[in-house]
Design a protein around this ligand. Sequence first.
Ligand code: BG6
Length: 512
Amino acid sequence: MENPFRVGLKHVLHVEPCVVVIFGVTGDLAHRKLIPALYNLSVDALLPAHFSLIGFARREFSNETFRTGIHDSVSKFSRRRPLNDSVWNEFSSRSFYVQGAFDDPAAYLNLKKLLDDIDAQSGVLCNRVFYFATAPEYFATIATQLDKAGLLAPRSEKARSRVIIEKPFGNDLPSARALNAELSEVLEEDQIYRIDHYLGKETVQNLLVFRFANGIFEPIWNHKYISHVEISVCESIGVENRAGYFDKAGILRDIVQNHVFQLLSLVALEPPVAFEADAVRDEKVKVLRSVRRFQKGEVGKKVIRGRYQSGTVAGKEVAGYLAENGVDPESTTDTYVALELAIDNWRWAGVPFYLRAGKRLPKRVTDISIFFRNVPYRLFQEEDVSRVVPNVLSFQIQPDEGIALKISAKPPGPQVQVQPVNMNFSYGSSFGIEPPEAYERLLLDCMRGDATLFTRSDEIEQAWDVLAPVIEAWSDRSARALPVFGYDAGTWGPQASEELLVSGTGSGWRRL
Ligand code: BG6
């Protein structure tokens, strides 16, 4: 019998003809995520008719060597393995390579010629998606060169050019503003798709469905019923081979400014007037505008900076951050951060939001837990007080995607006792299919011209603005500098982070 939860998953999306051009196609992101995602879309027959892929990078490749390279990437990283030969052959025959430096006008003319040839062969004007999977210092250069080659202007009512920009989008408020300004000289805002792959995760999108397609939760989604909220993005991996980037960024810029703030916005936003790009993003921006800015001297109390030391993760001894390859031995970079935020608006007045992100924690888990206020009166007086615990609604974003509601129940027996139990919903067992990769959804949305799950310029700037006092306080390297608390790899972060929670809520972080 067909799984009844799967009925309704099958509606077909219409996508206009499109060419995706990936700048920096020889890099890790393209290799591990983007090309496998495009292949997976073609397995599901979700790519448009007349789809083509063009890789653009500095290395000398022929189309043939490029195709062999992407075959290896897909064979290794696609979730749809082994490869389907006929899908692969079609995909590969539609893949091309353009060699060039990002600032070389001649390379862009070659690109333009190839794009025009593809249109001529297809007999239609294809949409064009330019994906900037490069180091951020090239973003403005590529946009300017594309403009000079005439590749950004609309070619008809339907045939549009769009660009997808990877993170990091700036490394503080002034640099993000400068990048937005540079891009806006050659692109309209509705052509710019700033990607945050967390928004492509099924469970993240489900937050909106959960809140606005169920009548029972929204009436209690406010300060009257919710005591506090915890958002955790925990990873067991360390800095890996990315020290060059990470040591300059730290986890605050790498994960909090984007992924964690996206989760915060979706939990806290007001109902949008429509499920459309600007309506949803307007509400997200309002949340970030309402986040109370840290005053001078507050950062040390409300923000905990941590760094992993050597320790054991999943039974393996691992090095401390300062001993990792490529890390400055004098580094003060954060590999862990916990912070307490207040949202100054009608709905959330007085409800603290605790956010944390860290590397080299005991396991990989992303979770949002909403803690409800306890019952007003203890009817079961005889009961051990520690057992009458508040309800907690938790969204496990990954892994084991699902939603759980902790409620109190009476265990069987002659006495009236109270025991916390969980009501669980699990994606895996309910829908019986593996959720697609975030990049599949986001690439498809961009090809369709739907920017709902992409970040707008004002959203990015508000997020940086919230963190500006932290960045400033942490840049102080004098004797008065705020501490970087050590924690052993494989533990849940510095003790100071636990104390932050205890002082605000009476208990530590929820055990994940
Ligand atoms: C990236 C960060 O944006 O997200 C990485 O740069 C991090 O440092 C990664 O490891 C986590 O993504 P996910 O999807 O594995 O939670």
